[in-house]
Design a protein around this ligand. Structure first.
Ligand code: SAM
Ligand code: SF4
Length: 331
């Protein structure tokens, strides 16, 4: 079966590919990549940019129209900007976006914008340099903040700031992040801590639901809902009274949004995943390197779409930890 058009399953149009370009990172976030115990992939096992470009082009035949580049830290991979230039030449894509920790953003913001990318997601879990160090294992808060300011100056819009809320670690900063949306036009999005990776800090004690975060923020003022379009992704969006920006809530665990999930994920080593929380993967790298034809690869992507789980089942089964590290999947 050759799939020449978008496939729909369970009314979900799968049109969004998250592509992890590297498993390496210049930070060591406690919930993603612990300092010890994570073996990195040998360089030869990571897809080359050429291979990624071929897979993205092929995936557009299966309906993919949006690509998010992630990692590891995408800006830390050598030659990333040149890859971005070539990716942005794929005209059939409607949107290319980037998720970054912003350590290298100040240097690359102008190049990224020159590639036509003006929407960006930045991960930042603390506004306090010492706390930032405690969470990420690196003393890089100032560089990250400078990167965010540079992105604002360059006109990136929106600038989304993703905050993973962890009880007892940074939940005392929830209100500070909410207040930031009154000072700046940023879209701050609170994300629930997820049980991903063999080495994972997830526990009930550290988990804080988006419902609880919402209630705490309400103490600052009213949260006015924003009507989202289907392309906006899984966040429930609000404006805090007096806000220039927005506040979003992504309850990946507590409020699963599987019935509207439009994503596929390609890991840095070329494994295609149709659900973040399922360890079922399709090996794209081997057939790619065996020189298989495009139609063969199209069928594999079609198979992943057809077999996308209906739901992650974590609410019923309770949190179980999927084996692959988040840094190789890309979030
Ligand atoms: N290095 C880039 C960054 O941090 O933005 C891109 C890759 S990172 C794996 C992508 C996203 O996954 C980040 O927003 C990060 O906070 C999130 N993430 C990683 N591990 C997580 C976990 N266990 N629970 C919730 N979010 C997680
Ligand atoms: Fe690196 Fe992003 Fe993982 Fe933090 S969340 S360790 S920045 S890949």
């Amino acid at each position: 079966m050759v799939i020449e058009q978008s496939l729909e399953k369970l009314h979900r149009r799968i049109n969004y590919l998250r592509l992890s370009v590297t498993d390496r990172c210049n930070l060591r976030c406690m919930y993603c990549m612990p300092e010890e115990g994570i073996p990195f992939l040998p360089h030869g096992d990571i897809l080359t940019y050429e291979e990624m470009l071929r897979l993205v082009k092929i995936s557009t035949r299966c309906g993919i129209r949006k690509v998010r580049l992630t990692g590891g830290e995408p800006l830390a991979r050598k030659g990333f900007i040149h890859f971005l230039e070539r990716l942005s030449d794929i005209n059939v894509l409607d949107e290319i976006t980037l998720t970054t920790n912003a350590v290298l953003l100040k240097e690359y913001a102008a190049d990224i914008m020159d590639c036509g990318i003006c929407r960006i997601n930045i991960s930042l879990d603390s506004l306090n340099p010492e706390r930032f160090f405690q969470i990420t294992g690196r003393d890089q808060f100032d560089r990250v903040w400078d990167g965010i300011q540079e992105a604002e100056r360059m006109g990136f819009n929106p600038i989304k700031i993703n905050v993973v809320a962890i009880k007892g670690v940074n939940d005392d900063e929830i209100l500070d992040f909410a207040r930031l949306t009154r000072e700046k036009p940023y879209h701050v999005r609170f994300i629930e801590l997820m049980p991903v990776g063999k080495e994972n800090i997830w526990s009930v004690d550290k988990f804080i639901s988006t419902e609880e975060i919402f209630k705490r923020i309400q103490t600052l003022g009213a949260l006015k809902p924003i009507v989202s379009s289907p392309l906006d992704g899984p966040a429930d969006r609000f404006v805090l009274d007096g806000g220039k920006g927005e506040i979003g809530f992504i309850g990946a665990l507590s409020q699963h949004f599987c019935d509207s999930c439009n994503r596929l994920r390609l890991t840095a080593e070329g494994q295609l995943r149709s659900c973040l929380f399922s360890d079922q993967e399709i090996d794209m790298k081997t057939p790619l390197r065996e020189g298989r034809e495009d139609d063969y690869l199209v069928n594999l992507i079609g198979y992943a779409i057809e077999n996308k789980p209906e739901e992650h089942g974590l609410i019923k089964s309770g949190p179980r930890k999927c084996i692959r590290q988040m840094s190789t999947i890309g979030g």
